[in-house]
Design a protein around this ligand. Structure first.
Ligand code: KG4
Ligand code: ZN
Length: 334
């Protein structure tokens, strides 16, 4: 059988990543993270696209070198088409076009969110179809029914902020660096759940986090008025309490989705799936509900090109290629 070798590029937000897939294996997954955004308290799109421009050639070269693959071995080039920041996506798409043209090989476009879900197929154990996936990142919070690698249905989504934004915005209120998700996760381990934050009342399988943000803001303002050192003195407990509430909001809807569909194979994906509170709560709920749970390796939770390569493999099997007139999509529902 002819060998399948795919170079994949991910540049949707603030990580420039390249990975090589060959015959069932990810041979390399290289990432250049842009720490510069810490100074601004969030991703600055203009700064992100310039950094991608600087990083992309070295990252792609490193990925090919680590994989021990020559450009002439490649069967196709895959890239993230969206969703994401337009200026960031443009760097990856343009690079992929130039490389595909020069090597005269096909291009494969990939939906970033679909790729987060298919990261579960990089290593064992792999879920079987259909399964449910809670996709939680900086821009998305969705419950997806995955019927086959490329056939997915969104059953519920956030009506305002994403779960990652809830972590990051809370971090801003607490004076933490960006992205605050991993920092809150770490601090929460040293704290207790002593403060009770609001639970949104959203119908069906949808989510809402903006009310929680307002509740946290008002809570902090009230406490700080009485004690200006309240945040410093209670930081770990505040983090533990906020994290517990975000996790309970997510788990409640996941239980509802499983009961509604009868599906007991449950996965999580996206940057927030790196959260230790969410991982522990999913494992505990899984045991209670007799679910088979799938929790990705840390390296495949946040943005990476290995997941783009994995998705591209399934598209390659269907010969699902795109033309050279392809453009990025800042908003891209599958
Ligand atoms: O998937 P991702 O890397 O990028 C997007 O596609 O958005 O997700 C980034 C988000 C950020 O909001 C970040 O704070 C959050 O994932 N995140 C975490 C953790 N690690 C990353 N949130 C909570 N706990 C973590 N350990
Ligand atoms: Zn992502």
């Amino acid at each position: 059988m002819k060998s399948i070798c795919i170079l994949a590029i991910e540049s949707s937000c603030d990580d420039t990543s390249a990975a090589v897939y060959k015959d069932g294996k990810i041979l390399s997954n290289c990432i250049a993270s842009q720490v510069i955004h810490k100074e601004y308290g969030g991703v600055v799109p203009e700064v992100a696209s310039r950094a991608h421009q600087a990083n992309i050639v070295p990252v792609v070269s490193r990925a090919l070198e680590r994989a021990g693959v020559a450009k002439s071995d490649l069967s196709a080039i895959a890239f993230t088409r969206g969703p994401g920041l337009m200026g960031s996506l443009l760097v990856g798409v343009s690079f992929a076009k130039a490389m595909a043209l020069s090597l005269d090989i096909p291009m494969i476009e990939v939906n970033h969110i679909q790729a987060h879900i298919l990261a579960h197929f990089i290593d064992e154990p792999k879920p079987s179809f259909p399964f449910l996936c809670l996709t939680v990142s900086g821009g998305h919070t969705q419950i997806v029914r995955v019927n086959s690698p490329l056939e997915m249905e969104i059953m519920g989504t956030t009506i305002d902020d994403a779960a990652g934004e809830a972590f990051d915005k809370t971090g801003k209120l607490l004076g933490l660096d960006y992205p605050a998700g991993p920092i809150i996760d770490k601090l929460a381990k040293e704290g207790q759940v002593v403060f009770k934050f609001t639970e949104p009342n959203v119908p069906d399988l949808d989510f809402s986090f903006s009310g929680l943000k307002t509740n946290i803001l008002q809570f902090l303002q009230k406490r700080v008025r009485k004690n200006p050192d309240f945040i410093q003195e209670n930081l770990a407990d505040i983090c533990a309490s906020v994290q517990a509430r975000i996790v309970s909001i997510l788990l409640k809807k996941l239980v509802q989705a499983s009961e509604q569909t009868g599906i007991k194979e449950i996965a999580i994906a996206g940057g927030v799936s790196a959260n230790s509170g969410l991982r522990a709560a999913l494992a505990a709920t899984g045991t209670k509900k007799s679910w088979q749970v799938f929790i990705p390796k840390f390296e495949y939770c946040t943005d990476n090109a290995a997941m783009i390569a994995m998705t591209a493999y399934y598209k390659y099997l269907e010969q699902d290629f795109v033309g050279h007139d392809i453009t990025p999509l800042a908003r891209y529902e599958f």
